[in-house]
Design a protein. Structure first.
Length: 322
């Protein structure tokens, strides 16, 4: 019996959210007195796989089939299911990412497991009971959920777990699920990675985001210059993309992308609940708004009451001087 962690790769490295999952998985394994194994799929450097030992992973099962370099839900599910069986895993952990959301329910049905998404803390394990805490109502509340099936499947909310770096080195073994053409019947025609200065928005450590308070697309150089000075990705509120000031892939919130950066800087955004739903797992939120009553200030760690057109140029100057 072991704990299995599915880790995602990006440009040959393991995504930060998957390092969080690996840390979580090995901490659960410790609680259960067992070991944590990872399964990785597609284009990931071997060195990145062995480094998963730092998060407490003892062994990595790797399927390097080049057809898996882009995400194909049914094929990924088949490889992960094979790894679950091979390891007799009782707990399966992965990130609550877009990929995690696409495979979670499929795996639960295929393996007859109990699935909890958006999990924010280590489980409470007492005798036969296994209870996890998950965020609900767009992160406004938490619910404790008992996972009762033999296989517990846990999708971790990004930024909920501090990544550990104290472990050793993981060994890497191949795994193959004997995939056939039928497993690739539904392959995405095109996968587009939208980056700002090489920074991918869902994985960005810093995000600078603008709202309707920016007045128009002609002022977006302020958001871009601040982002560039900080090595950040740019984002926006929904009305901004609806008005075509910015492309739709930058819109964050309930109907857009969910981001979990270490630092989220919101400029001229009111802080409607639908916007907060996409940003409230950010570690530190800074709000710049000229209205001291703007609701976003309630969710902010730091707030600047002021005109964006005066405040942001000063921040750019300060960031460039760093
Ligand atoms: P506004 O609400 O117009 O706020 C602009 C802010 O800028 C104000 O607080 C103002 O004080 C400030 N401001 C103005 N001038 C300046 C200045 N010079 N300097 C500094 N501050 C200034 N929204 C999303 O963002 N993401 C979603 O995913 C999303 N999904 C939705 C889903 C549904 C079903 C619905 C009904 C709505 C959704 N919305 C979403 C819309 C959401 O309710 C808000 O309308 C939207 O977030 C407001 O965008 P905003 O803050 O940019 O604009």
């Amino acid at each position: 019996m072991s704990v299995l962690v599915f880790v995602e790769g990006l440009n040959g490295e393991i995504k930060k959210s998957s390092l969080e999952s690996a840390t979580y998985g090995s901490q659960v394994a410790q609680k259960l007195g067992t070991t944590a194994t990872a399964v990785a799929i597609g284009e990931v450097h071997e060195e990145a796989l062995t480094r998963l030992g730092e998060q407490g992973i003892s062994k990595v099962l790797y399927d390097g089939d080049s057809r898996l370099n882009q995400f194909v839900a049914d094929a990924y599910v088949k490889v992960i299911a094979k790894a679950v069986g091979q390891e007799s895993a009782k707990v399966l952990v992965f990130s609550n990412s877009n990929i995690g959301a696409a495979i979670g329910a499929k795996l639960a049905v295929r393996l007859n497991g109990s699935l909890a998404t958006n999990v924010t803390a280590l489980p409470k394990i007492d005798g036969g009971s296994f209870v996890v805490t998950r965020g609900v109502f767009s992160g406004k509340a938490f619910a404790d959920v008992a996972l009762t099936a033999d296989l517990k499947i846990i999708a971790i909310k990004k930024n909920s777990i501090d990544i550990s770096t104290s472990g050793g080195t993981a060994t890497v073994q191949s795994i193959s699920a004997d995939l056939t053409d039928a497993d690739f019947a539904e392959v995405p025609k095109e996968t587009v990675m939208q980056e700002t200065d090489g920074v991918l928005l869902p994985e960005a450590a810093i995000v600078v985001s603008g709202g309707r308070g920016m007045k128009g697309p002609e002022n977006w150089h302020l958001i871009e210059d601040l982002a560039s000075a900080l090595g950040a990705a740019t984002a926006c509120s929904k009305p901004v993309s609806d008005m075509d000031w910015r492309p739709h892939h930058e819109h964050v919130g309930q109907t857009g992308i969910t981001v979990s950066p270490n630092l989220y800087i919101a400029v001229g955004i009111s802080g409607a609940i639908q916007h907060l739903a996409g940003v409230n797992s950010s570690k530190v939120i800074v709000v710049i708004n000229k209205d001291p009553e703007a609701p976003f200030f309630k969710a902010a760690d730091y707030g600047i009451v002021g005109d964006a057109f005066e405040v942001v140029p000063k921040l750019i100057e300060a960031a460039r001087a760093l």
